[in-house]
Design a protein around this ligand. Sequence first.
Ligand SMILES: *Cc1c(COP(=O)(O)O)cnc(C)c1O
Length: 387
Amino acid sequence: MPEFIPYSCQSIDDSDVAAVTRALRSAYLTQGPEIALFEGEFGALHQIEHCVAVCNATAALHIACLALGLGAGDVAWTSPNSFVASANCARYCGAEIDFVDIDPLTRNMSVAALAAKLEDARSVGRLPKVVIPVDFAGLPCDMAGIRTLADEYGFRILEDASHAVGAQRDGAMVGSKYADITVFSFHAVKVVTTAEGGLCATQDADLAQRLRLLASHGITRDPARMVGESEGPWYYQQVSLGYNYRMTDLQAALGRSQLTRLPAMMQRRVELAASYDAKLSQLPLRLPARIAGAESAWHLYAVEIDHARCATPRRDVFERMRAAGIGVNVHYIPIHLQPDFRQLGFADGDFPAAEDYYRQAISLPLFPALSAAQQDRVVSVLHECLH
Ligand SMILES: *Cc1c(COP(=O)(O)O)cnc(C)c1O
């Protein structure tokens, strides 16, 4: 049996182990110095003023929705081609969730579909309060286009950049220019990992304050933010309802160490994506789009089987590749087709572009340690499966 090649794999080296060990032997395991340093370094890299590190991106999405004022009676819209967390965050707040279909080329939320749906929503008085575009596979959405619509229709933008650490478009780092709040994930399969971990980033100081309170019980130790006088140096107040969504110092130490290697890890992802492009160009596949001015983080390399040119069903390709030890995966089952969303009223055919994409999609292995020989094996097995 040949060695199994996973679709994604974290890269942990001795410097990561040393960084976590140092934090583990320090005076602080939880709210120590590493967290603020990680937030500062992450913000500097992405040119974003305020960063709030939290325990995972799902928690980050939850408090981002709350900070943007989403609640019962409100509506949020996201992309159906995403992980369920992009939609659940609105439901946690008691808001209603709806979706905007994708652009088949980029597989991101279609700005044209968004514009059309906004026009309809305005006519029935049901505009969304928050729109949650997702940078699928690490390719930044057309955020300039979405910002224009946000200014016209008055919604807030929560960008789910869980796939897109380090990505940029038209010279702007992801999260730096258009969104009100941008969320990143540091789950082990993502571009940079803290094992579990997430972060909310914003250029708005008030939103950042709100996010900090929400991530830590709604408690402040800052006398300037208290109701009445501080009662002494021990004193703290809960000024609003919050959660314990904090990141640990151990995770932040790992994140800081990972960030120092981000350029090298990204470089390797870019090289591997380019070599997939070249090696797969003759196969009956639709490859990830190349958008002028966009630099994807290449979290995923997802291809679509072109059934006009290839009779092999996706399921057969998937099963044969798995049997050959290639850890292919599928991203994503459209969120609205999950049973828990169908019970809200969603059905087959609601978002046809996302459904078409899902029927043909396969994610191929892509991670910094994937060797040229392993990639060649992926390509040759795929070649056999499609012929
Ligand atoms: C991974 C992921 C999340 C959730 O991230 P966690 O850190 O695992 O909570 C949310 N949205 C998208 C698009 C993701 O890929």
